[in-house]
Write a protein that binds this ligand. Structure first.
Ligand code: NAG
Ligand code: NAG
Ligand code: NAG
Ligand code: NAG
Ligand code: NAG
Ligand code: NAG
Ligand code: NAG
Ligand code: NAG
Ligand code: NAG
Ligand code: NAG
Ligand code: NAG
Ligand code: NAG
Length: 721
């Protein structure tokens, strides 16, 4: 410090001097009197040494190695993460949230000598062990926060001894079993956070004893059974969240009658039965009601209009059983900002202008509802997100022209023909556009019209009738899905300028020429490249391979030459399909070192030569699908060849298990990996998540000598796979 001061001007000099002096005074002062008590300091230093400090594997977390700055010769009450009682010097708060602590919380940890702690915040560390019973010794705790700590085992019953607790957070851990009954003693508890904690069993009835609770979050666990019918003891409850469990039965009306209740988040369970909002004499305070993906059927109760304070309402997948719905019931919910009525299975036809009283609406999902002719559609307020998939819309909704705040637009799976209007790309905030599964044939305006949309991130135009010319895309484009159209000619090299491109899917078109040779040093993270079923020719060159690739499908083209050796640098590669080309190469044994490769399909090319080499082991560790059929491989195929392929251990007979609904596109997007399976003579395309269950080897249609491996035999049968 003095060194840098030496070079300063006079003013800086004096500033430095003052700084230096005041620092010394502080240091001196702290030598004089430490607030911290020796027993507390030693407990803390020992606690520090119980862990090794190392960045956790969970990427991208910004943390702070607080304990590394603790020093024996300074006042522990000044340490990062510590607060002391100003009179007694006892440590009352310990906050080591996200401090890269690795190691178990020991039963005899010196932590439990900090008897006077009021607040213990150790979230986002890696204790990977159980929560010891001795936690019950810290009997003055008000706040206990152990979220995201890799804890497992049972929650100790000694928690029930922490009778001063007001705030308990055990979210995001791997516990087993139920909450201990002793927790019924925690009658001062106001907030209970147990999201994603792997808990199971019935709704913990002990919670009904905790009448001070304002927040209960049991989301994303494995709870089941009914909610208790009388929840009136939770009279101070404000937030109740149980999303993503298996609760069933009806929602008790006593819950709706809790006077303070503001958010009720019950989605993704099996709730059913009549929805009874009870006897709400005073206006409800409910602002969030989320019931999506439950098992509700029959009419949506019109009494929902009594919930006049709602600003978030999600009734997605309520099954009205093709009944008519009177959408007027939503008009009294004047504060609504978020409304999701998607796939409620009504035969009503809706005129969106009915929503004109909802002046705050910013998110609207009406997917699956028939909309009245689009030329008359309108919406009252500036929308951010508008999702009108499968709404039987036949014309491009013109009212969007004035929706200048729109950033997410989905009008997929409708019946819209003709050109995408030029003005769409002038909406200044537009980032996500899905117009797939319509009958569009082109883009109105000049070839660079989409580039006006300078913030575009995702564009899905797949399954339309788009043809040449291929549009120029803004360089913000991250995901471009253009499969199943009629594009022809070469892929314009302007695609090479899309520095943010992550996903490029152009399968099932008529492109020809070579695969763009610009992904190699491409300063992008191109991870999905699907060019299947076009007329690409020439070699699949090294320059076409980005080392970020996760999924590559160039099958069913006319590619020749060898496999690009640069694939060896794609350590994330999971899926490689080059089937049905004329690639002429030897067996790419070198791919065995790719740690993530799960699916390798070389079928129907001109690969040749042996696939096994004396002294070389084949270690495709994660491989699940291996198809090298219809090539010219020769030589001996030793039956032990596949012995080390552990991921392949349960080969099943695909011919018998392909459910017909998987034959073709599944509904979770259209850019997944796909493989053509030949079953009983007809080709069937397998797409998407269904892959997860298939494990297969096909080496048929080659010239091997020797025994075929047992598993291959089993799975290939009379036809392939
Ligand atoms: C801290 O220093 C004191 C003496 O200065 C010593 O007695 C004590 O053992 C030290 N604590 C640790 C944990 O090193
Ligand atoms: C947590 O610690 C365990 C055991 O020390 C270790 O195996 C695991 O990789 C660690 N997890 C993270 C995310 O660092
Ligand atoms: C909890 O308290 C009870 C009685 O107050 C005592 O018997 C029990 O040992 C305590 N448990 C723990 C783990 O501290
Ligand atoms: C409920 O709390 C009271 C104290 O307020 C306690 O005596 C009782 O045992 C608790 N009941 C349960 C089921 O834990
Ligand atoms: C619900 O429980 C409360 C006590 O928690 C009780 O006072 C009330 O009578 C019960 N209501 C019904 C309808 O059983
Ligand atoms: C859905 O509700 C029906 C009654 O309406 C019931 O028979 C069925 O078991 C429920 N399904 C689930 C998964 O809870
Ligand atoms: C609803 O409240 C009214 C008075 O506000 C009362 O007469 C009626 O009995 C209540 N009904 C139920 C089911 O609690
Ligand atoms: C958009 O707003 C302008 C000016 O407010 C109006 O003239 C035009 O008719 C509106 N367009 C549509 C399709 O509503
Ligand atoms: C995006 O493209 C435009 C021209 O098309 C260019 O001027 C601009 O610098 C590019 N932005 C980035 C971040 O590369
Ligand atoms: C990638 O970025 C580096 C540095 O940002 C630059 O030198 C190089 O030319 C870029 N490569 C390509 C192909 O754009
Ligand atoms: C793999 O990457 C390394 C380092 O970037 C490079 O030197 C090497 O040539 C690459 N290998 C292939 C086959 O492209
Ligand atoms: C676009 O919409 C279709 C049909 O609704 C859907 O299957 C697809 O996943 C959507 N695309 C994206 C990228 O979300």
């Amino acid at each position: 410090m003095l060194h840098s001061c030496n070079q300063g001007k006079m003013t800086i000099w004096s500033f430095c001097l003052i700084l230096f002096l005041s620092n010394s005074i502080l240091v001196l002062a702290s030598h004089v009197r430490h607030l911290c008590r020796a027993d507390q300091k030693n407990a803390l230093l020992e606690f520090k040494n119980e862990f090794y400090v190392q960045e956790l594997n969970s990427n991208g977390i910004v943390g702070d190695k607080k304990t590394e700055k603790w020093r024996n010769n300074t006042d522990c009450c000044t340490w990062d993460g510590i607060s002391c009682d100003p009179k007694t010097g006892k440590v009352v708060e310990l906050d080591l949230m996200n401090s890269f602590l690795n190691g178990p919380l020991r039963y005899d940890s010196s932590l439990f000598r900090l008897q006077h702690l009021h607040s213990l915040v150790l979230g986002s560390n890696n204790f990977s062990g159980t929560l010891p019973n001795s936690i019950g010794n810290l009997k003055y705790l008000r706040v206990l926060s152990l979220g995201d700590c890799h804890l497992f085992g049972k929650i100790p019953s000694s928690l029930g001894n922490l009778t001063y607790l007001t705030n308990l957070d055990l979210s995001v851990n791997d516990f087993t079993g139920e909450l201990p009954d002793s927790m019924g003693n925690l009658n001062k508890l106001t907030e209970l956070h147990l999201r994603s904690a792997k808990l199971s069993g019935k709704f913990p009835s002990v919670l009904l004893n905790m009448s001070e609770l304002t927040l209960i979050n049991l989301g994303s666990n494995q709870f089941e059974g009914m909610l208790p019918s009388n929840m009136s003891s939770l009279s101070k409850l404000v937030d109740f969240e149980v999303t993503g469990n298996s609760f069933s039965g009806s929602i008790p009306s006593s819950l709706f009658m809790l006077p303070s209740l503001a958010t009720l988040v019950l989605g993704r369970n099996n709730f059913n039965g009549p929805l009874d909002f009870g006897n709400m004499s005073s206006p409800s305070n409910l602002i969030v009601l989320s019931l999506l993906e439950n098992n509700f059927s029959g009419p949506i109760p019109e009494s929902i209009s009594k919930l006049v304070g709602l600003f978030y309402l999600d009734l997605s997948l309520w099954n009205t059983e093709r009944a008519m719905v009177d959408f007027n019931m939503f008009l009294q919910l004047e504060s609504l900002m978020f409304l999701d009525l998607s796939y409620i299975n009504t035969r009503s036809t809706l005129d969106t202008s009915i929503f004109s009283p909802l002046l705050s609406l910013g998110y609207l999902d009406l997917s699956g509802i028939n909309l009245k002719t689009s030329s008359t559609l309108s919406l009252p307020s500036p929308m951010g997100t508008l999702i009108l998939a499968s709404c039987n819309i036949a014309e491009f909704p013109k009212f969007l022209e004035n929706q200048t705040t729109l950033y997410y637009l989905d009008i997929s799976a409708n019946r819209i023909e003709g050109q995408v209007p030029e003005w769409l790309w002038s909406l200044p905030d537009l980032k996500y556009v899905n117009i797939s599964q319509n009958s569009f044939s082109g883009f109105e305006g000049p070839v660079d019209v989409i580039q006006r949309c300078g913030e575009l991130i995702m564009l899905d135009i797949s399954s339309n009738a788009f043809h040449h010319p291929f549009p120029l895309l803004p360089n913000s484009t991250t995901i471009f899905l253009g499969s199943d159209n009629r594009f022809s000619g070469e892929v314009p090299r302007t695609i090479c300028k899309l520095v943010s491109l992550d996903t490029l899917v152009l399968s099932n078109n008529n492109f020809n020429g070579s695969i763009p040779r610009c992904f190699e040093n491409f300063n992008t993270t191109l991870s999905v490249l699907h060019l299947r079923n076009n007329n690409f020719s020439g070699t699949f060159s090294e320059e076409s391979v980005s080392e970020h690739l996760r999924s590559v499908d160039v099958g069913r083209n006319r590619l020749s030459g060898e496999l690009p050796k640069s694939l060896i640098n794609c350590t994330r590669l999971e899926f490689l399909n080059v089937e049905d080309n004329i690639i002429s190469d030897r067996f790419p044994l070198w791919l065995r070192s790719l740690p993530s490769l799960q699916i390798l399909v070389l079928r129907s090319n001109d690969f040749h030569g042996p696939i096994s080499f004396p002294g070389e082991s084949s270690s495709f560790n994660k491989l699940r699908i291996f198809d090298i059929s219809e090539n010219r491989f020769s030589g001996v195929l030793p039956s032990h060849y596949f012995a080390g392929w552990s991921a392949m251990s349960s080969v099943i007979d695909i011919v018998d298990v392909i459910p017909s609904r998987y034959a073709g596109r599944d509904d979770s997007g259209n850019y997944q990996n796909s493989v053509t399976m030949t079953a009983k003579g007809s080709k069937i395309e397998l797409v998407g998540s269904v892959f997860a269950i298939y494990k297969t080897i096909d080496v048929s249609g080659n010239k091997f000598k020797g025994d075929y491996p047992e598993k291959s035999h089993q799975s290939s049968g009379s036809s392939r796979f």
